[in-house]
Design a protein around this ligand. Structure first.
Ligand code: SF4
Ligand code: SF4
Length: 365
């Protein structure tokens, strides 16, 4: 075992740059705040995404995650986390957020928890630093359901957090157990996740709670569609991510979903959420994948033309416009967009149509 892992929490705090005094920041947000040089193609970054930092990464063990406990190496040594999420002092980040807020405005700040015995206290610590420096900036907590409690959810609201996100990730109980729960030697429990999702929904109100959902963990389109209806009925937001195999993880050899599938799922989600599509318009093959959407041609074409179905899903800014657009969250620089951090138009829509093969197997009724 690496020597660092033998240190007590107190020794780690003194010797290592860990939360709450240090925090990781997404590369896009670091560029936006001037902490890293560079430019993100085609978009600004409306949300400053922060991630707690501990030498062990995360004590959960989700089979697709670069921070998982059993992934070889310290979190610090993993290229995913080192390259994509640079580490800075929380005070410096809070200061930069305040400066940016004074110049224009910061759409939102999101603080992500990992599974660690310090994570709840440190979420409060980081939230206070940011909230004190920039009191008007909307705050999301992307929290760990397993260590969440109702009183803590209430406290987070008092601290200024107005949206709670959960990484549900797997859309069926079976897949959840396999990738995040017992079968993955992980601590997460499906029922407790739902208990905490619903508790947050009660405290924070309609659509102020969201579940991140990953397309490509092993679910079918039908599973996805069922989840979209379930979330809609409970007024909980669902935010799509695209599975991208992370080297060194259990699922490193699992292939990504074809882009055609991703586009169809994005369209189905938008039709359900925004156009009130009924269940029976979605036709599935024997494996549970969408074969056709039996809806008016014009409705489908107009919906595609809007461009919104193919944008990144994320928490809004104070005007209600999507702020968390996570450039490179679902694809690497140079790869095709899975979700667009801006509204696709013109040639991008032509490409989306091609990718979806709407005139092939998928037809409007
Ligand atoms: S709980 Fe989150 S950070 Fe931890 S291993 Fe699972 S997905 Fe990764
Ligand atoms: S959508 Fe973005 S801001 Fe909202 S909880 Fe998820 S990562 Fe955070």
């Amino acid at each position: 075992m690496n020597e660092q892992l033998k240190l007590s929490s107190q020794e780690q705090a003194e010797l290592l740059n860990i939360s709450p005094d240090y925090v990781r920041i997404s590369m896009a947000a670091a560029i936006e705040l001037g902490l890293k040089p560079g430019r993100i193609h085609g978009c600004g970054c409306g949300c400053i995404n922060l991630l707690q930092n501990y030498p062990e990464g995360c004590f959960a063990n989700c089979s697709y995650c670069g921070l998982a406990r059993e992934r070889p190496g310290l979190a610090e040594e993993n290229s995913f986390i080192r390259v994509d999420w640079p580490l800075f002092s929380t005070d410096l980040i809070a200061e930069k957020i305040a400066e940016k807020e004074a110049e224009s405005s910061v759409g939102r700040v999101c603080i992500s928890q990992v599974q660690d015995h310090r994570a709840n206290d440190d979420l409060i610590g980081i939230t206070r630093k940011v909230h004190t420096a920039a009191p008007e900036v909307p705050l999301s907590g992307l929290v760990n359901a397993t260590t969440m409690t109702v009183p803590f959810l209430e406290q987070l609201k008092e601290e200024g957090i107005d949206i709670i996100g959960y990484g549900l990730d797997a859309v069926t109980e079976e897949l959840f157990i396999k990738t995040r729960g017992k079968e993955a030697s992980g601590p997460h429990d499906w029922d407790y996740h739902w208990e905490m999702v619903r508790a947050a929904r009660k405290i924070y109100g309609p659509l102020n709670v969201n579940c991140h959902l990953i397309v490509g963990l092993g679910e079918t389109d039908q599973d996805m569609v069922n989840m979209f209806y379930k979330l809609k009925a409970e007024e909980i937001a669902g935010y799509l991510f695209s599975f991208n195999p992370e080297p060194g993880t259990t699922l490193q050899d699992q292939t990504r979903q074809p882009i055609q599938r991703h586009r169809r799922v994005q369209l189905a989600k938008y039709l359900i959420e925004e156009k009130d599509a009924e269940r029976d318009v979605f036709q599935f093959d024997e494996n549970g994948f969408i074969t056709s959407i039996e809806s008016e041609e014009e409705l489908i074409q107009d919906t595609i033309d809007e461009g919104f179905p193919f944008m990144t899903n994320g928490c809004p800014d104070r005007e209600g416009v999507m702020a968390c657009n996570r450039p490179y969250g679902s694809y690497r620089p140079g790869e095709e967009f899975r979700d667009y951090p801006f509204k696709p138009t013109g040639d991008e829509l032509n490409l989306i149509r091609e990718q979806m093969q709407l005139n092939g197997e998928l037809r409007a009724g």
